[in-house]
Ligand binder design. Structure first.
Ligand SMILES: CSC[C@H]1O[C@@H](n2cnc3c(O)ncnc32)[C@H](O)[C@@H]1O
Ligand SMILES: [Zn+2]
Length: 434
């Protein structure tokens, strides 16, 4: 057995207490073997956590990782205009090579900011899977299907591809990749297609992930056409189960919150994207009070504009208070729990806790910084003061992905250079075709 010892630091325990302890990791199984008193454990290799805090690797519950190539390309618009006028025309030009390069860039950014698992929605998913395999992180991947603007044959082919990709890639990268069936949203996939394909996904035992109730423009057409709220419509389609998690969940009323809680359907909350696109404020405290599992996602880098999950944690706490008009709403403990256990539960990974038997997905935060001084309360720091750039080491599945801020699995400089070239070329192609 080859063992990695993360030694000399403090550890965030599952009950969100902090204690001085060492963490022993079995690299073969990729699990935490023990968390014990300083000096009590031995490993073949040591990762220095002195002046550091060992936390579960953060889990990004909703993103479009390859959209890094579009970071800063189109800002300051609301969702529909942003997608239709800027993003979709450029995405139509994306090649598999572009997507792999964009995914690598996003994964470098995530590893450097302590994220060890993500849930992604996009296309050319085989290329994203290749990048995930090399990067060493854990991911839930899927091909996202859209039927609006397509003829019947193309619409069915897109949904079939979502099913096929989910079946093919499940368990890839030695089990670090799992998959979901992904209708893009309730307004971009027609009812007849959902009625046909959702049962197929259920028959194949696939989890489902889709955008829901992100903007009012997504709610009103459903109420007008079906006479019910979007999540009631989704429930009628068989979409709401424990094996489903929706992205955003901003404009949800009390009936829909109850429905999410009853069905065990989770929500990936994306506060920065919701603010930037002026989509609205998700009622996170109300959802949590009702018993809904809420995780945290960055959404893509074109609507955020970074993939630093620590930023997202802070945003979630801030906007959660504003939405509830209550400074005690969505407190530090809640957002730390949401980005670890909450998101991991949505994705179906036994991560998000530093404990024997759990996946060895960890980040070590360097506490030796002015903005982390004094250290009255490290959970408060995780929520409000830690930045992604404070992460010293990142470990996933027992493997060290970043040591002393050097990413070991991908060549950061080469990835950035390729991404710059592909992004430029992509925009040139898109704009020359206008
Ligand atoms: C067809 S692949 C996924 C699709 O989703 C688009 N997207 C990015 N951010 C959002 C968002 O906040 N709401 C809805 N759709 C979004 C992305 O550009 C891809 O086209
Ligand atoms: Zn999204």
């Amino acid at each position: 057995m080859s063992e990695l010892l993360v030694a000399g630091g403090q550890v965030l325990r599952p009950d969100l207490t902090v204690e001085r302890a060492d963490v022993l990791v079995d690299r073969d199984s990729g699990e935490v073997v023990a968390v014990d008193d300083p000096g009590a454990l031995d490993g073949d290799e040591t990762l220095d956590a002195s002046d550091g805090l060992v936390v579960p690797g953060l889990v990004n519950a909703h993103t479009h990782v390859a959209m890094t190539l579009l970071r800063g390309y189109a800002d300051d618009k609301e969702l529909d205009a942003w997608l239709q006028e800027d993003i979709w025309p450029v995405e139509a030009e994306l090649t598999g090579d572009d997507i792999e390069v964009g995914a690598e860039l996003g994964l470098v950014e995530m590893i450097k900011s302590g994220t060890t698992a993500l849930s992604d929605m996009y296309f050319h998913v085989d290329r994203i899977a290749d990048a995930v395999e090399r990067a060493g992180v854990r991911a839930v991947l899927g091909h996202t299907a859209v039927t609006v603007g397509k003829d019947d044959e193309a619409a069915r082919a897109d949904l079939q591809q979502s099913l096929d990709v989910a079946k093919e890639l499940d368990g890839a990268a030695d089990g670090r990749i799992t998959t979901t069936f992904q209708p893009h949203s309730l307004t971009t996939v027609g009812e007849e297609y959902l009625r046909q394909f959702v049962p197929k996904a259920r028959d194949a035992d696939l989890s489902i992930h889709f955008h829901a109730n992100e903007t009012e423009n997504e709610v009103d057409p459903i109420v007008d056409e079906h006479g019910v709220r979007p999540l009631e419509y989704a429930d009628d389609l068989g979409l709401l189960t424990e094996d489903t998690y929706v992205a955003h969940g901003v404009h949800v009323d009390e009936t829909e919150i109850e429905l999410l809680a009853e069905r065990g359907t989770g929500v990936a909350h994306c506060p920065a994207s919701n603010m930037k696109l002026a989509s609205g404020m998700a009622p996170v405290q109300r959802m949590r009070d009702a018993g809904v599992t809420v995780g945290i996602g960055t959404d893509g880098a074109a609507s955020n504009n970074d993939l630093d999950a620590f930023d997202e944690v802070r945003d979630a706490a801030m906007i959660g208070k504003l939405a509830a008009a209550d400074a005690s709403a969505v407190p530090a403990e809640a957002v730390v729990e949401m980005v670890t256990r909450g998101s991991a539960d949505l994705l179906g990974f036994d991560s998000g806790r530093v404990e024997a038997g759990a996946n060895a997905d960890l980040a070590v935060i360097d506490l030796d910084a002015p903005h982390l001084t004094p250290a009255h309360d490290l959970v408060s720091h995780l929520a409000y003061a830690v930045r992604g750039s404070d992460v010293r080491h990142t470990v996933c599945d027992g493997e060290v992905l970043m040591r002393d801020r050097e990413v070991l699995t991908l060549d950061e400089a080469a990835v950035r250079e390729r991404a710059e070239a592909h992004a430029q070329d992509l925009i040139d192609r898109a704009e020359s075709g206008e």
